[in-house]
Write a protein that binds this ligand. Structure first.
Ligand code: AMP
Length: 412
Protein backbone atom coordinates (compact mmCIF):
# COMPACT_ATOMS: atom_id res chain seq x y z
CA UNK A 1 0.00 0.00 0.00
CA UNK A 2 1.41 3.37 -1.01
CA UNK A 3 1.52 5.91 1.85
CA UNK A 4 -1.02 4.02 4.00
CA UNK A 5 -3.49 5.87 6.21
CA UNK A 6 -4.99 5.21 9.63
CA UNK A 7 -8.62 5.85 10.44
CA UNK A 8 -8.67 7.45 13.92
CA UNK A 9 -11.86 7.11 15.97
CA UNK A 10 -12.77 8.96 19.16
CA UNK A 11 -16.13 7.72 20.33
CA UNK A 12 -18.05 9.67 22.97
CA UNK A 13 -21.44 8.93 24.48
CA UNK A 14 -23.35 10.75 21.74
CA UNK A 15 -20.63 11.53 19.22
CA UNK A 16 -18.01 10.01 16.96
CA UNK A 17 -15.02 12.13 16.00
CA UNK A 18 -13.03 10.67 13.12
CA UNK A 19 -10.09 11.41 10.86
CA UNK A 20 -8.09 9.68 8.17
CA UNK A 21 -4.40 10.45 8.57
CA UNK A 22 -1.27 9.43 6.70
CA UNK A 23 1.10 9.20 9.68
CA UNK A 24 4.33 9.27 7.72
CA UNK A 25 3.63 12.54 5.92
CA UNK A 26 1.46 13.82 8.83
CA UNK A 27 -1.31 14.54 6.29
CA UNK A 28 -4.97 14.59 7.31
CA UNK A 29 -7.03 13.44 4.32
CA UNK A 30 -10.42 13.75 5.95
CA UNK A 31 -11.88 14.56 9.35
CA UNK A 32 -15.30 14.99 10.85
CA UNK A 33 -17.77 14.65 13.63
CA UNK A 34 -21.07 12.85 14.04
CA UNK A 35 -22.87 14.36 17.01
CA UNK A 36 -26.14 14.32 18.94
CA UNK A 37 -26.38 10.63 18.05
CA UNK A 38 -29.61 8.87 19.03
CA UNK A 39 -31.40 12.23 19.21
CA UNK A 40 -33.49 14.15 16.69
CA UNK A 41 -30.61 16.57 16.11
CA UNK A 42 -28.17 13.88 14.92
CA UNK A 43 -25.81 15.22 12.27
CA UNK A 44 -22.56 14.35 10.59
CA UNK A 45 -20.01 16.86 9.38
CA UNK A 46 -17.15 15.80 7.11
CA UNK A 47 -14.18 17.95 6.09
CA UNK A 48 -12.17 16.99 3.05
CA UNK A 49 -8.58 18.13 3.50
CA UNK A 50 -6.65 16.44 0.74
CA UNK A 51 -7.85 18.77 -1.95
CA UNK A 52 -5.15 21.23 -2.95
CA UNK A 53 -7.88 23.79 -3.60
CA UNK A 54 -8.56 23.94 0.13
CA UNK A 55 -10.76 22.30 2.72
CA UNK A 56 -14.38 21.77 1.84
CA UNK A 57 -16.96 20.81 4.43
CA UNK A 58 -20.13 18.82 3.98
CA UNK A 59 -22.73 18.72 6.77
CA UNK A 60 -25.66 16.33 6.69
CA UNK A 61 -28.60 16.20 9.06
CA UNK A 62 -29.39 12.60 9.85
CA UNK A 63 -32.67 10.86 10.47
CA UNK A 64 -33.09 9.83 14.11
CA UNK A 65 -32.66 7.37 15.72
CA UNK A 66 -29.17 7.42 14.33
CA UNK A 67 -26.58 5.59 16.39
CA UNK A 68 -22.80 5.06 16.39
CA UNK A 69 -23.04 2.07 14.05
CA UNK A 70 -25.05 4.03 11.50
CA UNK A 71 -22.66 6.99 11.76
CA UNK A 72 -19.72 4.68 11.03
CA UNK A 73 -21.58 2.99 8.17
CA UNK A 74 -22.21 6.44 6.72
CA UNK A 75 -18.51 7.21 7.08
CA UNK A 76 -17.59 3.96 5.26
CA UNK A 77 -19.93 4.99 2.43
CA UNK A 78 -18.18 8.38 2.14
CA UNK A 79 -14.74 6.75 2.27
CA UNK A 80 -15.80 4.42 -0.56
CA UNK A 81 -17.13 7.31 -2.65
CA UNK A 82 -13.83 9.13 -2.13
CA UNK A 83 -11.82 6.00 -2.94
CA UNK A 84 -10.12 6.24 0.45
CA UNK A 85 -11.02 2.83 1.90
CA UNK A 86 -8.23 1.04 0.06
CA UNK A 87 -5.68 3.47 1.58
CA UNK A 88 -6.65 2.62 5.16
CA UNK A 89 -4.54 -0.04 6.83
CA UNK A 90 -5.85 0.10 10.41
CA UNK A 91 -8.25 1.78 12.80
CA UNK A 92 -6.77 3.57 15.84
CA UNK A 93 -9.15 4.16 18.76
CA UNK A 94 -8.82 6.64 21.58
CA UNK A 95 -9.63 4.66 24.72
CA UNK A 96 -9.88 6.71 27.89
CA UNK A 97 -8.93 4.29 30.67
CA UNK A 98 -6.23 1.66 30.38
CA UNK A 99 -5.72 1.23 34.14
CA UNK A 100 -2.29 -0.13 35.07
CA UNK A 101 -2.38 -2.73 32.32
CA UNK A 102 -1.76 -0.59 29.28
CA UNK A 103 1.15 1.78 28.98
CA UNK A 104 1.49 1.25 25.22
CA UNK A 105 -0.81 1.16 22.17
CA UNK A 106 -2.37 -2.29 22.00
CA UNK A 107 -3.77 -4.47 19.22
CA UNK A 108 -7.40 -5.10 20.07
CA UNK A 109 -8.63 -8.69 20.43
CA UNK A 110 -11.41 -10.26 22.52
CA UNK A 111 -9.22 -10.28 25.68
CA UNK A 112 -8.33 -6.61 25.29
CA UNK A 113 -11.99 -5.76 24.76
CA UNK A 114 -13.03 -7.55 27.93
CA UNK A 115 -10.26 -5.78 29.87
CA UNK A 116 -11.48 -2.41 28.54
CA UNK A 117 -14.97 -3.42 29.63
CA UNK A 118 -13.65 -4.40 33.06
CA UNK A 119 -11.92 -1.05 33.39
CA UNK A 120 -15.31 0.62 32.92
CA UNK A 121 -15.57 0.42 36.72
CA UNK A 122 -12.87 3.13 36.78
CA UNK A 123 -14.30 5.11 33.83
CA UNK A 124 -18.03 4.41 33.61
CA UNK A 125 -18.69 7.45 31.43
CA UNK A 126 -15.97 6.73 28.87
CA UNK A 127 -14.83 3.12 28.40
CA UNK A 128 -18.29 1.73 27.49
CA UNK A 129 -18.70 4.32 24.71
CA UNK A 130 -15.16 3.66 23.48
CA UNK A 131 -16.18 -0.01 23.20
CA UNK A 132 -19.25 0.93 21.17
CA UNK A 133 -16.85 2.52 18.65
CA UNK A 134 -14.57 -0.53 18.62
CA UNK A 135 -17.47 -2.95 18.08
CA UNK A 136 -19.01 -0.75 15.38
CA UNK A 137 -15.65 -0.51 13.56
CA UNK A 138 -15.13 -4.27 13.77
CA UNK A 139 -18.37 -4.63 11.85
CA UNK A 140 -17.70 -1.80 9.42
CA UNK A 141 -14.01 -2.62 8.78
CA UNK A 142 -13.93 -6.38 9.40
CA UNK A 143 -10.59 -6.96 7.67
CA UNK A 144 -8.63 -4.16 9.38
CA UNK A 145 -6.59 -4.40 12.59
CA UNK A 146 -7.99 -2.24 15.42
CA UNK A 147 -5.61 -0.56 17.84
CA UNK A 148 -6.34 1.02 21.22
CA UNK A 149 -4.36 4.09 22.30
CA UNK A 150 -5.04 4.87 25.97
CA UNK A 151 -5.41 8.35 27.46
CA UNK A 152 -3.88 7.10 30.71
CA UNK A 153 -0.85 5.40 29.12
CA UNK A 154 1.58 8.36 29.16
CA UNK A 155 1.10 8.73 32.94
CA UNK A 156 2.04 5.14 33.76
CA UNK A 157 5.57 6.41 34.53
CA UNK A 158 4.31 8.33 37.61
CA UNK A 159 6.04 7.18 40.80
CA UNK A 160 4.06 5.73 43.73
CA UNK A 161 4.39 8.93 45.74
CA UNK A 162 2.50 10.75 42.98
CA UNK A 163 -0.18 8.19 42.20
CA UNK A 164 -1.15 6.96 45.67
CA UNK A 165 -3.98 8.62 47.59
CA UNK A 166 -3.69 9.09 51.33
CA UNK A 167 -6.22 6.32 52.00
CA UNK A 168 -5.70 2.72 53.24
CA UNK A 169 -3.25 0.88 50.98
CA UNK A 170 -5.56 -2.13 50.45
CA UNK A 171 -7.90 0.11 48.45
CA UNK A 172 -5.10 0.44 45.92
CA UNK A 173 -3.96 -3.17 46.24
CA UNK A 174 -7.35 -4.78 46.01
CA UNK A 175 -9.45 -2.24 44.13
CA UNK A 176 -6.97 -0.30 41.97
CA UNK A 177 -7.95 3.01 43.58
CA UNK A 178 -5.09 5.34 42.66
CA UNK A 179 -4.41 8.33 40.46
CA UNK A 180 -4.11 7.51 36.73
CA UNK A 181 -4.24 10.86 34.91
CA UNK A 182 -5.76 11.61 31.50
CA UNK A 183 -5.11 13.71 28.35
CA UNK A 184 -1.88 11.65 28.10
CA UNK A 185 -1.84 11.65 24.30
CA UNK A 186 -2.12 15.44 24.21
CA UNK A 187 0.56 16.05 26.87
CA UNK A 188 2.87 13.64 25.02
CA UNK A 189 2.26 15.35 21.67
CA UNK A 190 2.90 18.91 22.85
CA UNK A 191 5.96 17.86 24.89
CA UNK A 192 7.39 16.20 21.80
CA UNK A 193 6.75 19.32 19.72
CA UNK A 194 8.53 21.50 22.29
CA UNK A 195 11.47 19.08 22.43
CA UNK A 196 11.82 19.57 18.65
CA UNK A 197 11.64 23.36 19.04
CA UNK A 198 14.28 23.22 21.77
CA UNK A 199 16.37 20.95 19.56
CA UNK A 200 16.74 18.44 22.40
CA UNK A 201 15.68 14.80 22.73
CA UNK A 202 12.39 14.54 24.64
CA UNK A 203 14.22 12.30 27.14
CA UNK A 204 16.23 15.29 28.36
CA UNK A 205 13.34 17.77 28.54
CA UNK A 206 11.72 18.98 31.76
CA UNK A 207 8.35 20.55 31.07
CA UNK A 208 5.03 21.50 32.60
CA UNK A 209 2.12 21.07 30.21
CA UNK A 210 -1.28 22.71 30.77
CA UNK A 211 -4.02 21.20 28.60
CA UNK A 212 -6.85 23.72 29.00
CA UNK A 213 -10.01 22.85 27.13
CA UNK A 214 -13.46 21.99 28.39
CA UNK A 215 -11.56 19.36 30.39
CA UNK A 216 -8.30 20.64 31.91
CA UNK A 217 -5.20 18.99 33.29
CA UNK A 218 -1.66 20.00 34.15
CA UNK A 219 1.19 17.47 33.81
CA UNK A 220 4.79 17.63 34.89
CA UNK A 221 7.25 15.89 32.59
CA UNK A 222 10.72 15.01 33.88
CA UNK A 223 13.29 13.72 31.42
CA UNK A 224 10.50 13.17 28.91
CA UNK A 225 8.26 11.13 31.25
CA UNK A 226 5.10 12.08 33.09
CA UNK A 227 5.93 12.16 36.82
CA UNK A 228 2.74 13.80 38.09
CA UNK A 229 -0.51 15.13 36.74
CA UNK A 230 -3.52 16.94 38.14
CA UNK A 231 -6.28 14.48 37.17
CA UNK A 232 -6.72 11.39 39.28
CA UNK A 233 -8.61 8.10 39.26
CA UNK A 234 -11.20 9.93 37.19
CA UNK A 235 -11.02 13.18 35.20
CA UNK A 236 -12.88 14.97 38.02
CA UNK A 237 -9.77 15.65 40.12
CA UNK A 238 -7.37 18.55 39.70
CA UNK A 239 -7.86 22.07 38.39
CA UNK A 240 -11.31 23.55 37.85
CA UNK A 241 -12.76 22.88 34.38
CA UNK A 242 -15.67 23.87 32.13
CA UNK A 243 -18.31 21.91 34.04
CA UNK A 244 -16.21 19.81 36.46
CA UNK A 245 -15.35 21.11 39.91
CA UNK A 246 -11.76 19.78 40.12
CA UNK A 247 -10.36 19.37 43.65
CA UNK A 248 -12.87 19.78 46.46
CA UNK A 249 -13.00 18.72 50.09
CA UNK A 250 -14.46 15.17 50.00
CA UNK A 251 -16.45 16.22 53.08
CA UNK A 252 -18.67 18.32 50.79
CA UNK A 253 -20.08 15.10 49.32
CA UNK A 254 -21.15 13.85 52.79
CA UNK A 255 -22.66 17.24 53.49
CA UNK A 256 -24.63 17.26 50.22
CA UNK A 257 -25.97 13.74 50.82
CA UNK A 258 -26.52 13.74 54.58
CA UNK A 259 -27.59 17.33 55.23
CA UNK A 260 -28.96 18.60 51.93
CA UNK A 261 -30.68 15.43 50.73
CA UNK A 262 -28.85 14.95 47.43
CA UNK A 263 -28.80 11.46 45.91
CA UNK A 264 -25.43 10.12 44.74
CA UNK A 265 -26.57 10.48 41.14
CA UNK A 266 -27.38 14.15 41.76
CA UNK A 267 -23.96 14.70 43.35
CA UNK A 268 -22.34 13.06 40.33
CA UNK A 269 -24.24 15.36 37.93
CA UNK A 270 -23.56 18.42 40.11
CA UNK A 271 -19.79 17.89 40.29
CA UNK A 272 -19.25 16.65 36.71
CA UNK A 273 -21.75 18.64 34.69
CA UNK A 274 -22.92 21.68 36.65
CA UNK A 275 -19.78 22.95 38.37
CA UNK A 276 -16.56 24.61 37.22
CA UNK A 277 -16.82 27.72 35.02
CA UNK A 278 -20.52 27.01 34.45
CA UNK A 279 -21.28 26.50 38.14
CA UNK A 280 -19.65 29.70 39.37
CA UNK A 281 -20.68 31.97 36.49
CA UNK A 282 -24.20 30.47 36.30
CA UNK A 283 -23.92 31.44 32.68
CA UNK A 284 -21.73 29.20 30.55
CA UNK A 285 -18.89 26.70 30.52
CA UNK A 286 -17.54 28.38 27.39
CA UNK A 287 -14.47 30.50 28.06
CA UNK A 288 -15.24 32.75 25.05
CA UNK A 289 -18.71 33.61 26.37
CA UNK A 290 -17.31 34.34 29.83
CA UNK A 291 -14.50 36.56 28.55
CA UNK A 292 -16.92 38.53 26.39
CA UNK A 293 -19.43 38.89 29.26
CA UNK A 294 -16.69 39.90 31.70
CA UNK A 295 -15.46 42.62 29.35
CA UNK A 296 -18.98 43.89 28.61
CA UNK A 297 -19.51 45.79 31.82
CA UNK A 298 -20.51 45.89 35.39
CA UNK A 299 -23.75 43.91 35.64
CA UNK A 300 -24.13 40.78 37.78
CA UNK A 301 -23.42 38.45 34.86
CA UNK A 302 -20.08 40.09 34.13
CA UNK A 303 -19.07 40.04 37.80
CA UNK A 304 -19.84 36.31 38.02
CA UNK A 305 -18.09 35.64 34.70
CA UNK A 306 -14.98 37.38 36.05
CA UNK A 307 -15.20 35.48 39.33
CA UNK A 308 -15.41 32.13 37.51
CA UNK A 309 -12.40 33.02 35.33
CA UNK A 310 -10.45 34.27 38.35
CA UNK A 311 -10.98 30.99 40.24
CA UNK A 312 -10.13 29.05 37.06
CA UNK A 313 -6.82 30.88 36.47
CA UNK A 314 -5.77 30.92 40.13
CA UNK A 315 -6.26 27.18 40.49
CA UNK A 316 -4.25 26.47 37.34
CA UNK A 317 -1.44 28.78 38.53
CA UNK A 318 -1.45 26.97 41.90
CA UNK A 319 -1.24 23.60 40.16
CA UNK A 320 1.69 24.75 37.99
CA UNK A 321 3.50 26.15 41.04
CA UNK A 322 2.93 22.95 43.01
CA UNK A 323 4.73 20.96 40.34
CA UNK A 324 7.97 22.78 41.11
CA UNK A 325 8.15 20.06 43.82
CA UNK A 326 8.83 17.52 41.04
CA UNK A 327 11.56 19.32 39.11
CA UNK A 328 14.99 20.81 39.67
CA UNK A 329 15.00 22.58 36.34
CA UNK A 330 12.40 23.65 33.83
CA UNK A 331 12.79 23.90 30.06
CA UNK A 332 9.33 25.23 29.40
CA UNK A 333 5.68 25.67 30.28
CA UNK A 334 3.23 24.61 27.57
CA UNK A 335 -0.32 25.85 26.94
CA UNK A 336 -2.60 23.74 24.77
CA UNK A 337 -6.31 22.83 24.34
CA UNK A 338 -9.05 25.21 23.15
CA UNK A 339 -8.43 27.72 25.97
CA UNK A 340 -4.65 27.28 26.23
CA UNK A 341 -4.24 27.75 22.47
CA UNK A 342 -6.60 30.70 22.08
CA UNK A 343 -7.12 32.72 25.23
CA UNK A 344 -4.31 35.26 25.66
CA UNK A 345 -6.27 36.65 28.65
CA UNK A 346 -6.24 33.32 30.54
CA UNK A 347 -2.54 32.74 29.79
CA UNK A 348 -1.66 36.25 30.96
CA UNK A 349 -3.63 35.81 34.20
CA UNK A 350 -1.99 32.48 34.98
CA UNK A 351 1.56 33.66 34.36
CA UNK A 352 0.98 36.92 36.26
CA UNK A 353 0.31 34.80 39.37
CA UNK A 354 3.64 33.01 39.04
CA UNK A 355 5.88 36.04 39.46
CA UNK A 356 7.57 34.48 42.51
CA UNK A 357 9.04 31.92 40.10
CA UNK A 358 10.15 34.87 37.97
CA UNK A 359 7.73 33.92 35.19
CA UNK A 360 7.00 36.87 32.90
CA UNK A 361 4.94 36.92 29.74
CA UNK A 362 5.60 38.91 26.57
CA UNK A 363 2.29 40.72 25.96
CA UNK A 364 2.92 41.22 22.26
CA UNK A 365 3.70 37.58 21.44
CA UNK A 366 0.94 36.41 23.80
CA UNK A 367 -1.64 38.35 21.80
CA UNK A 368 -0.16 37.25 18.48
CA UNK A 369 -0.08 33.55 19.38
CA UNK A 370 -3.70 32.49 18.98
CA UNK A 371 -6.07 30.71 16.58
CA UNK A 372 -3.71 27.98 15.45
CA UNK A 373 -0.42 29.87 15.78
CA UNK A 374 2.27 28.19 17.88
CA UNK A 375 5.22 29.89 19.53
CA UNK A 376 7.06 31.18 22.55
CA UNK A 377 5.30 33.83 24.64
CA UNK A 378 7.83 34.36 27.45
CA UNK A 379 9.35 37.77 28.13
CA UNK A 380 13.11 37.96 27.55
CA UNK A 381 13.67 38.31 31.28
CA UNK A 382 11.53 35.32 32.22
CA UNK A 383 13.74 32.89 34.07
CA UNK A 384 12.85 30.60 36.95
CA UNK A 385 15.09 30.46 39.97
CA UNK A 386 16.74 27.31 38.59
CA UNK A 387 19.52 28.01 36.11
CA UNK A 388 17.87 26.83 32.92
CA UNK A 389 16.09 29.34 30.73
CA UNK A 390 12.35 28.92 30.79
CA UNK A 391 10.11 29.39 27.78
CA UNK A 392 6.33 29.46 27.63
CA UNK A 393 5.02 27.69 24.58
CA UNK A 394 1.63 27.76 22.94
CA UNK A 395 1.25 24.52 20.98
CA UNK A 396 -1.81 23.34 19.06
CA UNK A 397 -2.46 19.79 20.20
CA UNK A 398 -3.06 16.94 17.76
CA UNK A 399 -4.11 13.79 19.60
CA UNK A 400 -5.37 12.22 16.36
CA UNK A 401 -1.90 12.40 14.79
CA UNK A 402 -0.35 10.66 17.81
CA UNK A 403 -2.99 7.90 17.63
CA UNK A 404 -2.28 7.46 13.90
CA UNK A 405 1.50 7.45 14.39
CA UNK A 406 1.42 5.07 17.36
CA UNK A 407 -0.96 2.72 15.52
CA UNK A 408 1.33 2.68 12.48
CA UNK A 409 4.36 2.05 14.70
CA UNK A 410 2.64 -0.88 16.39
CA UNK A 411 1.76 -2.42 13.04
CA UNK A 412 5.28 -2.06 11.71
P1 AMP B 1 -11.54 22.01 23.78
O1 AMP B 1 -12.25 21.16 24.82
O2 AMP B 1 -10.06 21.79 23.75
O3 AMP B 1 -12.18 21.96 22.43
O4 AMP B 1 -11.71 23.55 24.27
C1 AMP B 1 -12.96 24.13 24.44
C2 AMP B 1 -12.77 25.45 25.18
O5 AMP B 1 -11.90 26.31 24.43
C3 AMP B 1 -14.08 26.22 25.39
O6 AMP B 1 -14.15 26.68 26.73
C4 AMP B 1 -13.92 27.38 24.45
O7 AMP B 1 -14.60 28.52 24.92
C5 AMP B 1 -12.42 27.62 24.50
N1 AMP B 1 -11.99 28.47 23.38
C6 AMP B 1 -11.98 28.18 22.08
N2 AMP B 1 -11.60 29.28 21.37
C7 AMP B 1 -11.37 30.28 22.26
C8 AMP B 1 -10.96 31.64 22.18
N3 AMP B 1 -10.72 32.22 21.00
N4 AMP B 1 -10.83 32.36 23.32
C9 AMP B 1 -11.09 31.78 24.51
N5 AMP B 1 -11.46 30.50 24.66
C10 AMP B 1 -11.62 29.76 23.56
Amino acid sequence: MNNPAILVINCGSSSVKFSVIQPESETTLLSGLAECLTTEDASIKIKYHANSEGISTKTKALAAPYDHQEALNNLVKQLNILNLVQNICAVGHRVVHGGELYSQPTLINEDVKSTIENLAKLAPLHNPTNLIGINACEKAFASLPQIAVFDTAFHQTMPEKAYLYGIPFELYNQHSIRRYGFHGTSHYFVANQVAKLLNKPLASCNLISAHLGNGCSVTVIKNGESVDTSMGMTPLEGVMMGTRCGDIDAGIIFHLVERLGYTLEQVDTLLNKKSGLLGISQLSNDCRTLETTMLEGKNNDSALAKLALDVFCYRIAKSIASFSASLTELDGLIFTGGIGENSSWVRQQIIAQLSLLNFKICDVSNLATRFGASGNIAAESSRPSSLSLSLFWVIATNEELVIAQQSALLLS
